[in-house]
Design a protein around this ligand. Sequence first.
Ligand SMILES: Cc1cc2nc3c(=O)[nH]c(=O)nc-3n(C[C@H](O)[C@H](O)[C@H](O)COP(=O)(O)OP(=O)(O)OC[C@H]3O[C@@H](n4cnc5c(N)ncnc54)[C@H](O)[C@@H]3O)c2cc1C
Length: 405
Amino acid sequence: MKTQERVIFPSISISTVLKTFKEVYTVWSMKDAIVVGAGPAGSYLSHLLSKKGFDVLNLEEHPEVGRPVDCTGVVTRRVFDYVKSGSIANRVKGANVFFPGEEPFHIEKSEETIIIYRDAFDKDVSSMAVDSGSDLHMNARVTSVSTGREYAEVTFRENGNLKTEKAKVVIGADGANSIVRKEVFNEKPRRVISTYQVDSAFRMDDQDSVSVYLGSEVSKGFFAWAVPTGNISRIGVGTLGSGTRSYYEALSRHFPMDAVLGINGAPIPISYLKKTYANRSLLVGDAGGIVKPLTGGGIYTGIVSAKHAARALTEAFEASDFSSEFLSRYQKYWKDEIGRELWMDGIVQRMFARLSDKSLRAIYRVLSSPHVLDTINNVGDIDYPSRLVISVIARHPSILFNMFS
Ligand SMILES: Cc1cc2nc3c(=O)[nH]c(=O)nc-3n(C[C@H](O)[C@H](O)[C@H](O)COP(=O)(O)OP(=O)(O)OC[C@H]3O[C@@H](n4cnc5c(N)ncnc54)[C@H](O)[C@@H]3O)c2cc1C
């Protein structure tokens, strides 16, 4: 007997087919990661992710990596453990510290501090990223960012054309005024330093030392500096709040300032955010406020944060989990390495910011005694300054009294 066969097709509407096709295409065409910003943190992160084989789009708003330069370029050797770069402008071993109304006192270290050409350094990091396979787009300014359940979406203006890209995750490596932070993270750094710096055609007598100026004449709550790089000196002020220009006028009396080659300055966030992770998003470097509060140095800490972001993201790709909960491990990773230091520095910075000139002079008298200078020379480390502060206070507790006298 012949059986009648009937094939039953499920009824699928055209719109369902199109929707499914669109979803498959979205997943297929989506980047693994979009990194916003090609500063040291963004480029180093792009490099590490691309090296692991992830598909990385790195967007940079400027037409040239590393420019404009808003930095003095003072780093330690540790930075070169991560970045191969020939961008060295000078090496110094000491610092001349000017307390208000006192003779400078000199600190000499056995280890060198390195002054880099910041634009060349940034290009070196960026070329590591490109060599590893990152897709770097210049003149690509991100204008909006959103993160959802399925993907992150980034809109940017590239050479005048508005474009949109999707990715599994978006990372804000876009500096102090981060758009990723503004759009995705509901927080901003609580303490920000304003700066004003001049490149001057003037050769400092002491090419082996940086100069640091303290006191109310040159700053409110931070410090001023002069850094030798041969015939050009980088001279600047940092201050809490406004007024950089007038502090700079006061500082410039120490120098023959008739030959200004360039003026720059940008905000430095000196307090990290409570949360540097969110659903499908992380913040590295200045964008997350991951900067040394006492010195305002953020190149090393930015690179360290990028290293930990790469580790957390690699694990997220493996687990296909980009939830805020999963990505929270990023904050644990970077804090395990530098969190304690940044926290301690933050406390010391807040205390330092309140010191009057009278207290500074009292501290100067303690510090300039030979045995304290020995401690400074032996323990001082610009990447880990709190070690020095703790050591000096432990050996000379009277300094605490001077701070509050
Ligand atoms: C005057 C001054 C002196 C300093 N001196 C030192 C020093 O001596 N040593 C030190 O360690 N640190 C110093 N710093 C701090 C240091 O410059 C920063 O901490 C460091 O640059 C942080 O690196 P980053 O990659 O996080 O951010 P950045 O270097 O700021 O890089 C962010 C990148 O993102 C790009 N970007 C921003 N917005 C967008 C957008 N919407 N779309 C696309 N791209 C975007 C920017 O163009 C930039 O290239 C100084 C800072 C200042 C202002």
